[in-house]
Design a protein around this ligand. Structure first.
Ligand SMILES: [Fe+2]
Length: 467
């Protein structure tokens, strides 16, 4: 089993970034307020939760996947957490210690370990989705890992052998067709591949995307007719990585490119727009404004805001909400800042994915500090009125991504609730905080007390009892 880790090894082993070792399940959680009766389903959230002391320098993206889930039914709540039992974690558990290096200090594991679990651990630590009846834990450099409704690991999922290469942790679900649209990138030419799975979960399309070089492409954009790839200069150097050197570097001299491809097109149909360098981890949404105009909103930073290996950040970098308007007729792109307040982890009502959204929800911070990112609130943007309202979760808290759960009885785009794990630093406790998205100025409708601390994580989703 997992063992305690010395917190002095990394700031990401401290505070609410510190991993938890135990796997637990608790029913009849204490609720302050009232869980809406219409909120029936599962909130699952994934994150990096290192099981064993690392072999060397630890990177915040390295940890083993751990899914925390809150099952809501008739106003009652049940909590459960489980490691994603990757092949890599299995061999480490047998050995009783770490066997794999990380992003900041890549090392090959022993040959017998590589034979069983590959040269890199598929931590499956970044997101958890449900599509085609399967629950898939995702990490962008590897295949999806299927788990079941009760978080037990089934194993790597390859769409019956049809999926070649990795799958982004940010696939897009098309509410109009039920398709899952995604891509994967690789350190080898042609460096990226675009995929479509139909509503039943069958992989129906895979198309190579040619890039000039291997880049870390964390997210992308889907509209009703296009997909949009951001070729940003966070460059992979596999040879350096194999030598234990910095394998991902910010190389602004390459500039930035945005590629717009028809969803039924291929590499030859991509229209590329060139811009000065910037970096985006996460997009809010994109849509076709008319026949030749594509609009994309996302959290843009002046450069890659994290570093790997020996690289250093000379200034504090934090993303803010931006909009790109791409004119396919003229080849012109307009880039504008929508807000100057830092924020990331943008989400919308999933039923608006790919079509124009009025509302967006961004994890926001009170103040930017030198340490690890600490989100403290959620800001709701109204793009029609140009206004926003922020809900601060408290004065001394760590929050995460606010996930929108639609109200099955409501029709308005903001009819639903925002779900977020919030950690209260003074007491060291966590809660699932539920706000009515229609009225973010009001106090939460329910605060579900977690039976244990839920560490800061990456992404999650609401999985309604009935879709
Ligand atoms: Fe992400």
């Amino acid at each position: 089993m997992a063992v305690a880790i010395d917190p002095t090894l990394s700031p990401y082993f401290q505070g609410n970034y510190a991993p938890v070792q135990e796997e637990t399940e608790v029913t009849d959680l204490t609720v302050v307020g009232e869980i809406p009766a219409a909120l029936r389903g599962i909130y699952m959230r994934n994150g990096a939760n290192q099981a064993f002391p690392p072999l060397g320098a630890y990177h915040v993206f390295d940890g083993d996947g751990m899914v925390h889930a809150v099952y809501l039914d008739e106003g009652q709540a049940r909590y459960k957490n489980r490691f994603v039992r990757s092949k890599g974690l299995e061999v480490e558990e047998e050995a009783g210690h770490a066997l794999f290096g990380g992003l900041a200090n890549f090392t090959f594991p022993a040959p017998e370990v590589m034979e069983r679990a590959g040269m890199m651990k598929n931590t499956a630590n970044t997101n958890i989705i449900r599509h085609g009846g399967r629950y898939l834990a995702l990490m962008e450099a590897a295949h999806p890992t299927e788990i079941d409704r009760e978080l037990e690991t089934i194993g790597e999922y390859t769409y019956g052998g049809a999926l070649h290469g990795s799958m982004t942790a940010h696939p897009k679900w098309d509410p109009a067709t039920g398709e899952l649209v995604f891509f994967g990138y690789s350190p080898f030419p042609p460096y990226a591949r675009y995929h479509v799975a139909d509503a039943s979960g069958t992989l129906t399309r895979s198309v190579d995307i040619e890039l000039p070089r291997a880049v870390m492409m964390h997210d992308f954009v889907m509209t009703s007719r296009h997909v949009v790839f951001f070729d940003l200069p966070a460059v992979f150097d596999v040879d350096a990585m194999m030598k234990g050197e910095t394998g991902i570097r910010w190389e602004p001299e390459h500039g930035a490119r945005i590629g717009v491809m028809p969803r039924d097109g291929d590499n030859d149909d991509i229209a590329w727009f060139e811009l000065d360098p910037f970096f985006v981890f996460h997009f809010m949404n994109g849509w076709d404004a008319d026949d030749t105009t594509v609009v994309v909103d996302g959290s843009r930073a002046s450069r890659m805001p994290v570093v790997f290996g020996d690289d250093v950040l000379t200034e504090r970098v934090f993303p803010t909400l931006h909009r790109w308007t791409l004119d396919l007729a003229s080849g012109m792109v307009k880039e504008e800042q929508l807000d100057d307040r830092p924020g990331d982890f943008p989400r919308i009502n999933a039923h608006r994915e790919g079509s124009v959204n009025r509302y967006g929800y961004l994890a926001t911070v009170d103040q930017v500090t030198d340490g690890p990112v600490q989100f403290t609130g959620v800001t709701k943007y109204d793009t029609t009125t140009g206004t926003s309202v922020t809900h601060a979760y408290g004065t001394d808290v760590d929050a995460g991504e606010a996930v929108f759960a639609p109200d099955p009885d409501g029709n308005a785009e903001d009819a639903g609730w925002l779900l977020n794990f919030v950690y209260d630093r003074p007491t060291g406790t966590s809660a699932l905080v539920i706000n009515d998205a229609r009225d973010l100025g009001a106090p939460p409708v329910a605060t579900v007390e977690m039976p244990r601390r839920v560490p800061f994580g990456f992404h999650g989703n609401w999985m309604p009892e009935r879709d």
